[in-house]
Design a protein around this ligand. Structure first.
Ligand code: ATR
Length: 270
């Protein structure tokens, strides 16, 4: 029987993870089954326990359960502990559940390896201070950029988030309105503004000419923040499809010990 994996979310119908993992499995010859699970809003823990007690090997966790998964697992990787959220659960041989977070690695790998972004001396601006933002801070700081500024509509949240990571690099928190005339080499949008087709209220001048913009969201049409980058002389405007595939590849690697190739999958979905 194939090893069982799944993505759990609510809603989950739209999830591209089954397609991505099926492509990885066929490319690497791994014998796995990967399904979608609609998580119960009232009993996420019960759903997870049922999945693993029926022989499941690993779960990807998506909105809105990543924080609940963080609380539920028996052990946490360091990056998941700091992210405050878990997107990958693995059942260990001992039966314990290990929580990891591959989102940040996915973002960094997409930027650095797929697109050749050079973090050396780069000043980074991360927009948003919710779960999506928190999950990528440590991996970004591990690239040793010149600085990372977290800017949020509600300034206090960005300030506390920056304080949480102050031991990991040069990281600052502020309100969107405090960006002023500072300029950045890379701006990453981790806000939920795009859900309504909006862009965070940032100054027109905050991207250096030829700098990069990255929207962690993606869609069939260019997202609002991708369009913002195009309108503000970005050298590259990227959406989050590459990050999505790379975080999946990192989960697949954890589970199967084989690193799948991602380029063809990103191209198919992009
Ligand atoms: P997630 O966990 O998915 O990141 P969240 O915790 O609801 O979601 O956080 C959403 C983020 O998007 C927050 O940083 C939010 O800003 P506030 O903390 O001020 O609420 C940000 N956000 C949502 N809509 C926005 C908008 N229209 N403009 C700017 N920021 C926005």
């Amino acid at each position: 029987m194939s090893d069982r994996y799944a993505v759990i979310g609510n809603p989950v119908r739209h999830s591209l993870s089954p397609r991505i993992h099926a492509a990885f499995a066929s490319e690497t010859g791994e014998d796995i089954e990967y399904e979608r699970l609609l998580g119960d809003m009232e009993d996420f823990n019960g759903d997870v326990r049922d999945f693993f007690s029926c022989g499941g090997c690993g779960l990807n966790v998506t909105v809105p359960f990543k924080e609940k998964a963080w609380e539920l697992v028996d052990e946490l990787s360091e990056r998941a502990r700091l992210a405050g959220a878990v997107n990958t659960i693995t059942r260990l041989d001992s039966g314990k559940l290990l929580g990891d977070n591959t989102d940040g690695v996915g973002l960094v790998r997409d930027l650095a390896e797929n697109h050749g972004f050079d973090f050396t001396d780069a000043s980074l601006l991360l927009l948003g201070a919710g779960g999506a933002s928190r999950g990528v801070i440590l991996p970004l700081l591990q690239q040793q950029p010149a600085s990372l500024t977290i800017a949020n509509r509600t300034a206090e949240k960005a300030v506390s988030l920056a304080a949480l990571f102050s031991g990991c690099g040069d990281v600052y928190g502020c309100g969107l309105h405090e960006i002023g005339n500072k300029q950045f080499d890379l701006i990453i949008n981790a806000t939920a503004a795009g859900l309504k087709g909006d862009v965070p209220a940032i100054p027109d001048t905050c991207l250096v000419s030829g700098g990069w913009s990255y929207d962690m969201m993606y869609g069939t049409e260019p997202t609002a923040f991708v369009r913002w980058g195009e309108a503000h002389n970005a050298g590259r405007t990227l959406d989050g499809i590459g990050m999505l595939v790379e975080q999946a590849a990192e989960s697949f690697y954890m589970w199967r010990g084989v690193r799948p190739h991602t380029a063809a999958v990103i191209q198919q979905l992009g």
